[in-house]
Design a protein around this ligand. Structure first.
Ligand code: PGA
Length: 252
């Protein structure tokens, strides 16, 4: 089997409080050895993007983007603005935005289109609120995914990153079972294969997110269909995040 190239994304959410802490994080990471088989993306909040110090090994991500390139949209940030300050990835449709900002599937789709237009890599979040025994949550994943990727070209789809983040596992300290996350990742690839073809689906990176920590990270990376992690709380402390990064060495 070909070696996997993992993608580890740090989603800092509305943290930290000061630019100084951002500087400290990047200073610690700069000194650290980043494993060769991992791509790293750090997504600080908008005001701190300019304080981040991306390197060849550490790319910069944003936590959101608006779908218009410019204009009278108070409070919004466009993809070209992000691109112009060195951002390469953008998280779209995180469940917290769907919940607190009322972000709909239609909005998520517009943002994915805009991201590709601006040559940003979208990291699209999907995931069910709760897991029922009958597997109805599969329909939720399918619907979110189909909406998010509607009318996206095959070429672009092969570059999309999907983060499977079951909402019940986010910030609860109760991650999904690695096998269940793997099954969801396989399901996601099957939907993309049905929308396009299996060659395209194989190229799509599927991440798992929800209560990842240095102790459980490796068990997810071992799973065949999972090519990376979206890490919230445990990505804010550089030591903890670097420990998660090291887990990818165990699994290669
Ligand atoms: P968590 O958050 O790692 O704190 O559970 C993950 C996320 O919301 O992306």
């Amino acid at each position: 089997m070909a070696k996997k190239k993992f993608l580890l994304v740090a989603n800092w959410k509305m943290n930290p409080k000061t630019p100084k802490e951002v500087g400290r994080f990047f200073a610690v990471c700069k000194k650290a050895q980043i494993p060769k088989n991992v791509d790293v993306v750090i997504a600080p909040p908008f005001p701190f993007l300019a304080y981040a110090r991306p390197t060849k090994k550490i790319a910069l991500g944003a936590q959101d983007v608006f779908w218009e390139p410019e204009g009278s949209y108070t409070g919004e940030v466009s993809g070209s603005m992000l691109k112009n300050i060195g951002v390469s990835h953008v998280i779209i449709g995180h469940s917290e935005r769907r919940r607190y900002q009322g972000e709909t599937d239609e909005v998520v789709n517009k943002k994915v289109h805009h991201a590709f237009k601006m040559k940003l890599t979208p990291i699209v979040c999907v995931g069910e609120t709760s897991r029922d025994g009958d597997g109805a949550f599969f329909a939720v994943i399918k619907s979110q995914l189909t909406w998010a990727l509607a009318k996206i070209s095959r070429r672009d789809i092969s570059r999309v990153v999907i983060a499977y983040e079951p909402i019940w596992a986010i910030g609860t300290g109760k991650p999904a079972k690695p096998g269940d996350a793997n099954e969801a990742a396989l399901f996601i690839k099957k939907i993309i294969a049905d929308m396009h073809n299996s060659r395209t689906a194989k190229k799509v990176r599927v991440l798992y997110g929800g209560s990842i920590d240095p102790h459980n990270a490796a068990s997810f990376l071992w799973e065949q269909e999972i090519t990376g992690l979206l890490v919230g709380k445990e990505s804010r402390d550089p030591k903890s995040f670097l420990n998660i990064l090291q887990c990818s060495l165990l699994t290669s």
